[in-house]
Design a protein around this ligand. Structure first.
Ligand SMILES: [Zn+2]
Length: 319
């Protein structure tokens, strides 16, 4: 089928994980991830499993290629997500060392800060303003790289000689998130790790989430200091209590849910004056919404005067 892909990879994609691959294919494009359990890879093809840990970028690329080129399925934009790596490769934020760079690891921590989703050009196309030729330049995270010289007129040029063509470029969603150590009370010296979520993972984490992530630990291609900045390129999210993100709720809906829940609880028990704050938070959290976001929405409802706070942590809908 494809000479570049080793037999062991084919065996994994079309044999060991055939069920997973076909299942994602039938749910594609809504589902854009196919998950491979590392322990099962190890049972079937131990060398591939070891290569995934020690040479993660290339090995995962080949596995992805096998999925993309298998003619029994058709999902050009699917991502291969490796999870369940060995426990001894899972670290807390702050415990990563130089020797881990370039390898696949797991990291546990709490989501501290989350950036907006941005389009990242993995392959940028530039039109030469002198001859009109389109030139492709693969990109890494960091400053935009421009063509060294034009494929058409063979001239190099300054920034103003190149026109970025978004429509012809390959873009993917990317989101940068900061992970901090769990259970740290040290306000001053908080250790954080920058992580990068791509494609369908961008909406899956929110502030306060406690997560275990699997991915490739690396330094960026562009460095301003000899002390390198590092990041985790996330392959998979594990051990994560998935909540609904605010992004997925229409504006105002969470606000309305909070006010409604207060009304329901204050009316449910006429002998009890008002609704209990904790009970209101619990009820909405049970709907699958992150507690920190419910708290924020409740505080806003109080600030805006839709809910009154009464002595003793009781809540009532303002009339
Ligand atoms: Zn040119």
């Amino acid at each position: 089928m494809n000479d570049e892909i080793p037999d062991e990879m084919w065996a994994l994609v079309t044999g060991t994980f055939e069920g997973e691959v076909r299942q994602t294919n039938s749910a594609y494009p809504e589902d854009r991830s196919v998950r491979f359990d590392w322990q099962r890879i190890h049972d079937a093809q131990p060398d591939v499993a070891e290569d995934l840990l020690s040479n993660p970028r290339n090995t995962r690329l080949k596995l992805s290629k096998a999925v993309h080129t298998w003619d029994a399925v058709d999902m050009p934009e699917v991502s291969v997500r490796i999870h369940n790596i060995p426990d001894e490769r899972i670290y807390r934020v702050g415990k990563l060392r130089t020797r881990h760079l370039g390898t696949a690891i797991g990291v546990t921590g709490e989501v501290a800060d989350i950036e907006p989703v941005k389009p990242f050009a993995t392959m940028a196309v530039f039109e030469c303003r002198r001859c009109g030729t389109l030139n492709q330049v693969p990109q890494q995270f960091g400053p935009m790289l421009r063509p060294v010289e034009c494929l058409g007129c063979e001239r190099s040029g300054s920034k103003s000689d190149w026109l970025f063509r978004r429509a012809q470029s390959e873009l993917q969603d990317v989101r940068e998130v900061e992970l901090k150590r769990l259970d740290t009370n040290l306000d001053d010296d908080t250790v954080v790790l920058k992580i990068r979520l791509k494609e369908d993972l961008v909406d899956r984490l929110g502030p306060g989430d406690e997560v275990s992530l699997v991915g490739r630990y690396d330094s960026g291609a562009f460095q301003n200091s000899s002390v390198l900045t590092t990041y985790l390129d996330v392959w998979a999210i594990e051990n994560h209590e998935e909540g609904v993100l605010m992004d997925e709720l229409p504006p105002g809906e969470l606000h309305e849910m909070v006010v409604d829940e207060v009304r329901i609880q204050q009316e449910a028990d006429a002998s009890d004056f008002g609704a209990n704050r904790e009970d209101v938070l619990d009820a909405i959290e049970d709907e699958g919404i992150r507690r920190s976001e419910v708290e924020t929405a409740l505080d806003e409802a109080i600030d805006e005067g839709d809910v009154d706070e009464i002595a003793g942590e009781k809540l009532m809908v303002a009339e």
